[in-house]
Design a protein around this ligand. Structure first.
Ligand code: AMP
Length: 249
């Protein structure tokens, strides 16, 4: 069984994003970029399924600029078998990515596509769901446990009230939540080995997909700066202050 793992190159989660001075977007010049953290969890889960003898091949896919090759090499160094870069300098939206992934899934016929639940740059949380709809296949989103048994996969989902367990007929789409696993670090020998693993270069046109954005960003602004707090002398002063502010009676 093949597993496709889509990995997105995003601004590193440790970086504090800066808004461009003209308000047109986030400034990505000279900013550290990394694999979307939820996608690292997806790669790890796929590797564990291969280690259990359930998966036979892991294909990492990224849609993005040439530099997204580095993200794919990271996935290969973690343990993916081969990679596909679908090169575009457009800012790709979830629907375009889902259409490209659908075309790749048609060619590769995977048993599972494991995506992150969301990319931390756009926080869309849409691509997996759109892919499931386009493929007409079941989805188990926000997975905290994935168990493959024959032709089906059981997914424990993190929902508001606790955990929901769903059983899906494969091929199926799974999206990862934070508690699914702890991704491994790539070892130096594996980073070296990853350099010679196959990486295909494609374009959206190869899959007949138009990536022109459908959304227009009107304005991006920094969040408001938190105003300074004040110190009060004792509990009575605190209660008086809260009453004054109208947050206590
Ligand atoms: P989103 O719907 O944008 O929050 O992204 C959800 C997941 O879809 C991500 O965690 C990735 O697994 C996948 N994904 C989104 N955009 C891309 C992309 N440009 N290339 C590869 N995978 C992507």
């Amino acid at each position: 069984m093949k597993i496709i793992v889509p990995v997105k190159r995003v601004i590193d989660y440790n970086v504090k994003p800066r808004v461009k001075s003209d308000g047109t977007g986030v400034d990505l010049a000279n900013v550290k970029m990394s694999m979307n953290p939820f996608d690292e969890i997806a790669v790890e889960e796929a590797i564990r399924l291969r280690e259990k003898g359930i998966a036979t091949e892991i294909i990492a896919v990224s849609v993005g600029p040439q530099k997204a090759q580095e993200t794919l090499r990271t996935a290969l160094a973690m343990g993916a078998d081969r990679a596909i870069l679908v090169m575009t300098d457009d800012e790709v939206e979830p629907l375009a990515v889902a259409k490209i992934l659908k075309a790749i899934a048609d060619e590769e016929a995977p048993g599972l596509v494991i995506l992150g639940k969301q990319a931390i740059d756009d926080d869309c949380n849409q691509t997996g769901q759109m892919l499931a709809a386009l493929m007409g296949r079941p989805q188990g989103t926000f997975a905290s446990e994935v168990t493959v048994d024959g032709d089906s996969v059981t997914v424990k989902r993190e929902v508001d009230g606790g955990l929901e367990t769903v059983k899906l007929a494969m091929p199926a789409i799974v999206t990862t939540d934070l508690r699914l696993n702890e991704p491994r670090y790539a070892s130096l020998p594996n980073i070296m080995k990853a350099k010679s693993k196959p990486l295909d270069n494609k374009t959206p046109a190869d899959y007949g997909v138009d990536t022109t954005p459908r959304l227009k960003t009107l304005k991006v602004v920094e969040p408001p700066v938190r105003s300074a707090g004040i110190k009060v002398a004792d509990v009575d002063a605190l209660v008086a202050k809260l009453k004054e502010l109208g947050v206590a009676e």
